[in-house]
Design a protein around this ligand. Sequence first.
Ligand code: ZN
Length: 241
Amino acid sequence: MVRPSGCSRSIPDGFSPDLPQAVHSRTGFPRSLHLQPVEPPVNSLFMAKLYFHYSTMNAGKSTILLQASHNYRERGMETFLLTARFDTRAGEGRIASRIGIGETASTFTAEDDLFSIIANRLEKGPVACIFLDEAQFLTKDQVWQLARAVDDLGVPVMAYGLRVDFRGELFPGSAALLALADEMREVRTICHCGKKATMVVRKGADGKALKDGAQVQIGGNETYESLCRRHWREAVGDTPS
Ligand SMILES: [Zn+2]
């Protein structure tokens, strides 16, 4: 029997991973430092939510995920970290950010039942929040498994992932999360022109933008650049006729 975590509840403001907004306007200290202890709600099953934090490449979503998880842990609450696995090695993976921080994480493939993975983890002890990186690689079924974990096990799930691929098309996991998540937040970054970047180009070894290819490419020599839609169109040769 899996019991809902006692810490499960909607995320208080102070735990918002939107770091720039988490600073108190008068003191400049993180707002979380001003939080008073909150009693767990009577029925936490109705409070947990499925969150989708979406962005383009290199916006710092893994950094924000790791900071949000750290905010729980420094208050003595457990978190459970999951990330996608692409090779055949089972077990531990790692969520790493480009600014040099990282944490070990459990891994999932497209074949895994995430409801069972989360239920098994909760049987070992309470978890305040599940953090899942590379959510774009979830299948539609797995997004439903996360939704059931939120609804039936009462644990909040925060999924972080890319919205669109280099062709400008939704990833399947992101499409399902956009449909099913209770709350969505955009992790923003900017194009070289200063506008918000919402698109990504995949560049070959010659530096030119690629228009075709597999949605998921592991271990190639390609690089990625996040751009606003206008500069993405320019990069892939979509100019006014
Ligand atoms: Zn631009």
